[in-house]
Design a protein around this ligand. Structure first.
Ligand code: ATP
Length: 236
């Protein structure tokens, strides 16, 4: 279980996260919804150790404290982030990008079988393993980013706006693949503007507004919630 308790984050005077409480179990898919600037990326970055939360914040994985640890230790403990914008190395090949994901000690054993799993999940990457990442389409680059994160053998995979800039058919394919990742027992935490698609694979969701969690429910209930439909699904 990944448990976030009273997580607050400041950028200077700006309170980007205000006492956020959230939990996700292994094998569960949780979606975080909210308007631009609500703090969704900041939440994922806090969990990943990329920004430092305010004292008193608590982030724990299976009871072990993650708060304040550097990013590489958090990967080592089993939590990986696919950042917004993907963060892959364009002048490296697909395979080199994947191998970079396996630097964690926890990932060294079983590296080749995990690579085979990533290539099975994304057959396009297998065909293009020697291609430079910056010559690939947006959807393929997103596959590289997800593949690289999976190479670290995560218990929890966090994705920040994975569908951003992708054509609808590519988004559908991507979420079908995430469903398969989820079936392997990995917990997924997804920040996503594409609310309908993401809730369709999720168990639960949280609503964020101005740095706070303002709602929490099952994915099914959220899809039926008139406020969610108005705010995110373009319904009246
Ligand atoms: P988006 O979907 O637009 O990325 P978000 O919900 O992910 O939005 P965050 O990116 O977490 O929101 O930003 C939350 C708030 O913190 C915003 O008001 C943003 O302007 C501010 N913020 C984010 N990063 C920084 C930073 N490095 N320095 C100062 N303020 C920041």
């Amino acid at each position: 279980m990944l448990e976030i308790g009273d997580l607050s984050l400041r950028y200077g005077q700006h309170l980007a996260l205000d006492q956020v409480n959230l939990r996700a179990a292994k094998g569960e898919t949780v979606v975080i919804l909210g308007a631009n600037g609500a703090g969704k990326s900041s939440l994922l970055k806090s969990i990943a150790g990329m920004v430092k939360p305010v004292a008193g914040s608590s982030i724990a994985l299976e009871g072990r404290v993650l708060t304040g640890r550097p990013a590489h230790e958090i990967v080592e403990m089993g939590v990986a982030l696919v950042p917004e914008g993907r963060g892959i190395f364009g002048d490296l090949t697909v395979e080199e990008n994947l191998l970079l994901g396996a630097y964690a000690k926890r990932a060294r054993n079983g590296e080749s079988s995990r690579r085979a799993f990533v290539y099975e999940l994304f057959p396009k990457l297998a065909q293009r393993r020697a291609q430079y990442a910056n010559t690939m389409s947006g959807g393929e680059q997103q596959m590289v980013a997800i593949g690289r994160a999976l190479m670290s053998a995560p218990d929890f995979l966090m994705l920040d706006e994975p569908s951003l800039g992708l054509a609808p058919v590519v988004v559908t394919e991507l979420f079908a693949t995430l469903r398969r990742v989820r079936e392997t027992g990995v917990g997924l935490i997804i920040v996503e503007q594409n609310v309908k698609v993401s809730l369709s694979i999720a168990d639960r969701g949280y609503l964020m507004e101005a740095g706070r969690i303002v709602g929490e429910d099952t994915a099914e209930a959220l899809l039926r919630d008139p406020a969610v439909q108005r705010a995110f699904l373009g319904m009246n």
